[in-house]
Write a protein of this length. Structure first.
Length: 86
């Protein structure tokens, strides 16, 4: 199959346009990736600031056991020890 000079020239120009378009798209992709990296870095910075500014949960102090509760607990422990010895 042979091609005429016109067909070859047309094909060559089409390939050149495709290569130029490809180079342009690669450039746009590079720019988009650079913007994405900047946005990701900024997002990480914002998240770090937000985490440091969040109020830290304070443990709620549990009320101390009353003397009556402690006595009842000691009695239960004594009963358990007695049962284990039996």
């Amino acid at each position: 199959m042979s091609f005429s000079q016109t067909q070859l020239t047309t094909l060559l120009h089409a390939v050149e346009r495709l290569l130029e378009a490809h180079a342009g798209l690669r450039g746009e992709l590079h720019e988009a990736n650079a913007r994405l990296e900047k946005v990701q870095t900024k997002l990480q910075e914002v998240e770090m600031v937000r985490e440091t500014n969040l109020p830290q949960p304070q443990p709620t102090p549990e009320p101390a056991m009353s003397a009556e509760e402690l006595d009842a607990l000691v009695e239960e422990i004594d009963e358990c020890i007695t049962l284990l010895k039996a």
